[in-house]
Design a binder for this molecule. Structure first.
Ligand code: NOJ
Ligand code: NOJ
Length: 609
C-alpha cells in the first residue's frame, strides 16, 4: 500500500506539473484580490488541520500541539517546533481577536495548556530548574522530549511563545478575564521572559537550525518579548525586573547586526556566508508596531535600514533562481532563506516570499500614519529600484511624489504575493518551498508556518493590525553596549483551569475518522454508517479515506465528514479491493455520539478489527 500511495503522489505531482502551465489555468487566473480571498479560508483550514488533537492531519498529536507539517519523511516534520507553534498561534490569536471565532479560542486555550506542560519536560537542552530546557527546539507530537541529535538550543522559541501568549493575555485583560491572564498565562510567560533575560547573550542555533552564533531574528524576538513582557507583567500586577535590566542591552546589541549596507543576519559565527538572509525580513515584520514611526533602532518595516536590507536580501535571490530569470530590478522575485542555502538544493520558500510582501504592506501602513516618506541615503537605492525618479528628501502625504512612491510600493509588494499565487497549486496547498527552476512545490507538504505566513500577509495587506508591543516607548539605545545577563527564577505553571468562555454550541461538527488498517496495493478503506453523511449503510455511498499519511509503521487512513452535533450513530470501516470486493470489519457496529459542545471539530482514533 505504501508503494501505491507513493505512486499516486507521484502521479498527482506529474499532473500538477503538466497541468499548471496550460491555457486553462492561465485564462482563469484570478486577480490578486480574488486569489487572496479564495486562499484565505483554505489557508486557515489547512493550518488548523495540523493542530492536535482534532485537526484532520494531526493524528497522534496532543491537544494544542502544532505539527510543523504532516510530512513524515523527506523531510520528517512530524514534530512540534516551539518557534513554528508560537508564530502559528500568534497568527491564530490575532485572527481570533479580529473575528471572535470561538473555535480559534478553544485552540488557543489548548495551546497554552500544552505549553505549560511542555515547559516542564526535561529534554536534551536541559530542564526547567535553570530554564535551560526552554531552549529546546522541538518535541514529539505527544509532547514528549525528542532525544535525537539536533541543532540546540534555539533561543528564539521562548521569546516567540511569550509574544503569542501576551497577545492573548491582553485580550483576556480587556475582556474581564483578568484571573486567566494572571493565573494561567502569566506564569508561563514569566518563565520564558526569565529565560530570555538570562540567556540572550549566549550563542544559539539560528531559526534555520544550522549555525550556532548570534542571529538577528532571535535577538529582535527577544527584545520585543522583554518590552511587552514587562508591560504585561505590570498589567497583571507583577513586574519583570530582569526584562527591564536586560532590554536596553538587547536593543544595543540589535544595532550591531547592521553592517552599513544591510543586516548581517548571523554574527559571532564563522559561517562563510554573506549574512543576507530572509531572517532579517522576518525579524522586521515581527518587530512591526502600528504605533511606531519609521524607527531604525527597532528596524520598523518602513525604516530606512529595513528597506535597504529588503532590497539587498531580495536581490540576492535574483541571479540564483531560474524562475527569477528576466525579472527586472524593482519587480518582485521569488525569495528563499539565504542565497547559500543547499537544503533541498536551495529553493524559494513560500513564507520567505510572503514575508517580503508583508514587510512592505506594513511599511505602507506606517507611511500613511506618519504622513510622509523620508528617503535617506540609506534607503535611496531601495526607492530608486521601484521608482527611478526617487531622490532623497521628505515627501508629505499631500505631495504627488508621496502618492507615486506609495503606489509603486504597493505594486511592488503585490508582486511578491503574485509570485506566490503563480506557484501555488489550484488546491491552495502551501508546501515549504517551490522549485527554483520549475516552481513546483518542494519539501514538506502543508507547512503550517506557510499558511500562517499567508494569513499574516493578508491581514497586513488589509490593514488588520496587530496590537502595539511598545516599540515607540523604548527607543533609547545605550551609547555603550555591555554583555549582561540576569539569572532567572523558574517554576512550573500548574493552573490551566480556563474559565467558561462565551461560545455558541456548534450546530455541526467536522468529524475526522482515523483508522489504522494495513492494506495492500489496490485496496482502499472507507467508513460507512447509519447517517447520511456516512452513506446510510449504503456501501456505494461510503466515505473514501485518504492514505497520504500511510506508512508501514503507522498504516493510517483518515478522512472527515460533517455531521450534526449530538447525532448518535453507528459506523464501521470497510475495505474495497480493486476488483470490487468488499470486506467489512468484524461485528459489532461501532457507536459514536457527535459531541454537542463549542467545538466544530472532533476526531476518532480506531484500529481496524
Ligand atoms: C533540518 C532543518 O530543519 C533545516 O532548516 C536545515 O536546513 C536542514 N536540517 C539541514 O541542516
Ligand atoms: C526547517 C526550518 O528551517 C525551521 O525554521 C523550522 O522550524 C522547521 N523546518 C520546521 O518547520
Amino acid at each position: 500500500m505504501a508503494l501505491f500511495a507513493r505512486l499516486t503522489t507521484i502521479i498527482q505531482c506529474l499532473t500538477f506539473v503538466f497541468a499548471f502551465p496550460t491555457g486553462k489555468s492561465l485564462q482563469s487566473r484570478a486577480t490578486l484580490d480574488e486569489w487572496i480571498a479564495s486562499e484565505s479560508p483554505v489557508a486557515l483550514s489547512n493550518l488548523l488541520a495540523n493542530i492536535g488533537s482534532t485537526g484532520e492531519k494531526s493524528y497522534g498529536a496532543a491537544a494544542g500541539l502544532v505539527l510543523a507539517s504532516p510530512s513524515k519523511a523527506n523531510p520528517d516534520y512530524y514534530y512540534s517546533w516551539t518557534r513554528d507553534s508560537a508564530l502559528v498561534f500568534k497568527t491564530i490569536v490575532d485572527q481570533f481577536i479580529q473575528t471572535g471565532d470561538t473555535n480559534l479560542q478553544l485552540k488557543i486555550n489548548d495551546y497554552i495548556t500544552a505549553q505549560a506542560k511542555l515547559q516542564t519536560v526535561s529534554n536534551p537542552s536541559g530542564g526547567l530548574s535553570d530554564g535551560s530546557g526552554l531552549g529546546e527546539p522541538k518535541f514529539l507530537p505527544n509532547g514528549n522530549a525528542f532525544t535525537g541529535d539536533w541543532g540546540r538550543p534555539q533561543r528564539d522559541g521562548p521569546a516567540l511563545r511569550a509574544t503569542a501568549l501576551i497577545a492573548y493575555g491582553r485580550w483576556l485583560l480587556d475582556n474581564d478575564y483578568s484571573s486567566a491572564a494572571s493565573d494561567i498565562v502569566w506564569p508561563i510567560v514569566r518563565n520564558d521572559l526569565e529565560y530570555v533575560a538570562q540567556y540572550w547573550n549566549q550563542t544559539s542555533f539560528d531559526l534555520w537550525e544550522e549555525i550556532k552564533g548570534s542571529s538577528f531574528f532571535t535577538t529582535i524576538s527577544q527584545y520585543r518579548a522583554l518590552i511587552e513582557g514587562s508591560a504585561f507583567a505590570g498589567s497583571v500586577g507583577q513586574s519583570c525586573a530582569n526584562c527591564d535590566s536586560q532590554a536596553p542591552q538587547l536593543l544595543c546589541f540589535m544595532q550591531t547586526y547592521w553592517n552599513g549596507k544591510y543586516i548581517d543576519s548571523n554574527t559571532n559565527v564563522e559561517d562563510g556566508r554573506s549574512g543576507k538572509d530572509v531572517n532579517s525580513i522576518l525579524a522586521s515584520r515581527h518587530a512591526f508596531d502600528p504605533n511606531a514611526g519609521c524607527d531604525d533602532a527597532t528596524f520598523q518595516p518602513c525604516s530606512p535600514k529595513a528597506l535597504a536590507n529588503h532590497k539587498v536580501v531580495t536581490d540576492s535571490f535574483r541571479p540564483i533562481y531560474g524562475i527569477n530569470n528576466g525579472i527586472a530590478q524593482g519587480s518582485a522575485v521569488a525569495v528563499g532563506r539565504y542565497p547559500e542555502d543547499v537544503f533541498f538544493n536551495g529553493n524559494p520558500w513560500y513564507l520567505a516570499t510572503l514575508a517580503a510582501a508583508e514587510q512592505l504592506y506594513s511599511a505602507l501602513y506606517q507611511f500613511n500614519k506618519v504622513g510622509s516618506i523620508e528617503i535617506t541615503s540609506t534607503s535611496l537605492s531601495f526607492w530608486q529600484a521601484i521608482d527611478s525618479s526617487a531622490a532623497t528628501g521628505t515627501f508629505s502625504s499631500s505631495s504627488s511624489t508621496f502618492k507615486d512612491l506609495m503606489s509603486a510600493l504597493k505594486a511592488y509588494a503585490d508582486g511578491f504575493v503574485a509570485i506566490v499565487q503563480k506557484y501555488t497549486p489550484s488546491t491552495g496547498a502551501l508546501a515549504e518551498e517551490f522549485d527554483k527552476s520549475t516552481g513546483a512545490p518542494v519539501s514538506a507538504v502543508d507547512l503550517t508556518w506557510s499558511y500562517a505566513s499567508f494569513l499574516t500577509m493578508a491581514a497586513a495587506r488589509d490593514n488588520a493590525l496587530p496590537a502595539s508591543w511598545g516599540a515607540s516607548s523604548a527607543n533609547q539605545v545605550p551609547s555603550v553596549c555591555s554583555a549582561a545577563s540576569a539569572t532567572g527564577a523558574y517554576s512550573a505553571s500548574t493552573n490551566t483551569d480556563w474559565p467558561d468562555f462565551q461560545c455558541s454550541t456548534a450546530d455541526s461538527v467536522s468529524v475526522t475518522f482515523n483508522v489504522l488498517a494495513s492494506t495492500s496495493v489496490g485496496q482502499d478503506i472507507y467508513v460507512v454508517g447509519s447517517v447520511a453523511a456516512l452513506g446510510s449503510w449504503d456501501i456505494s455511498k461510503a466515505v473514501l479515506l485518504h492514505s497520504d499519511m500511510y506508512t508501514d509503521n503507522q498504516p493510517l487512513w483518515y478522512g472527515s465528514t460533517t455531521i450534526a452535533a449530538g447525532t448518535e450513530l453507528q459506523y464501521k470501516y470497510l475495505r474495497k479491493g480493486s476488483d470490487g470486493s468488499v470486506a467489512w470489519e468484524s461485528d459489532p457496529n461501532r457507536s459514536y455520539t457527535v459531541p454537542s459542545t463549542c467545538w466544530t471539530s472532533a476526531s476518532l482514533s480506531d484500529t481496524w478489527r
